[in-house]
Design a protein around this ligand. Structure first.
Ligand SMILES: CC(C)(COP(=O)(O)OP(=O)(O)OC[C@H]1O[C@@H](n2cnc3c(N)ncnc32)[C@H](O)[C@@H]1OP(=O)(O)O)[C@@H](O)C(=O)NCCC(=O)NCCS
Length: 180
């Protein structure tokens, strides 16, 4: 039996598929905080996400996660991964499970997209959040594409299996795309 408070909590964490993720949506969720991902100093080009998931509270977008399928070369073998990016929870609402809810919904969707693994980039201080969600560190330095050619990604890389038994093969990793 679902209790009233359990139902209320479920409603608070209800994730919806967003038809788009506009500049206004980004502003709404970041709540006026400049550079929430701490990437402006990097001067890197980023790839937009194709699929968007969000949580709304009283109409306001308060959490987001985006996905995009990307080509990647692992030990010289070309494959694809589902990139997770744009993960953000509105300041003031963090620590309540919103990131868990929106990332879990996005990765449930990712399991039907084809690739065997999800991939993300983050700063070391964010890794415990993703570890709690089942992601693992990829120890390899990862090369990523930029407009002037490949560079070594300064952020950390993490991966997660999208089907039972999927592993990440050893060897050099080159994202054949802008990072996401
Ligand atoms: C990172 C961010 C999305 C996390 O959102 P959140 O709503 O606070 O996260 P949740 O409450 O859903 O927590 C998710 C899990 O991470 C864990 N976690 C959160 N912060 C943690 C920390 N500092 N150390 C260890 N674990 C942590 C939580 O305990 C939870 O695991 P649990 O469900 O097993 O308890 C949020 O801080 C944010 O928007 N930051 C700014 C943007 C950003 O850095 N995005 C990530 C880019 S890679």
């Amino acid at each position: 039996m679902t209790t009233t408070s359990a139902r209320a909590r479920e409603e608070q964490l209800a994730v919806v598929r967003l038809p788009e993720y506009t500049g206004a949506d980004r502003e709404e969720v970041r709540g006026g905080v400049p550079d929430p991902y701490q990437i402006e100093g990097l001067v890197m080009a980023w790839r937009p996400k194709r699929e968007h998931f969000g949580i709304r509270r009283e109409g306001r977008l308060v959490a987001h996660a985006g996905l995009v399928t990307v080509p990647v070369s692992v030990a010289g073998r070309r494959t694809e991964a589902v990139g997770l990016g744009g993960v953000i929870v509105a300041p003031g609402l963090r620590g309540q499970g919103l990131a868990r809810a929106v990332v879990t919904a996005a990765m449930d969707h990712a399991r039907g997209m084809g690739p065997d693994a999800g991939l993300l980039f983050c700063w070391p201080e964010r890794m415990p959040v993703y570890e709690a969600l089942g992601w693992r560190e990829l120890e390899e330095h990862v090369r990523v594409e930029q407009p002037d050619g490949p560079v070594t990604m300064p952020m950390r890389t993490m991966w997660t299996p999208l089907r039972e038994g999927a592993g990440w093969p050893p060897g050099p990793v080159h994202l054949l795309s802008l990072p996401f």
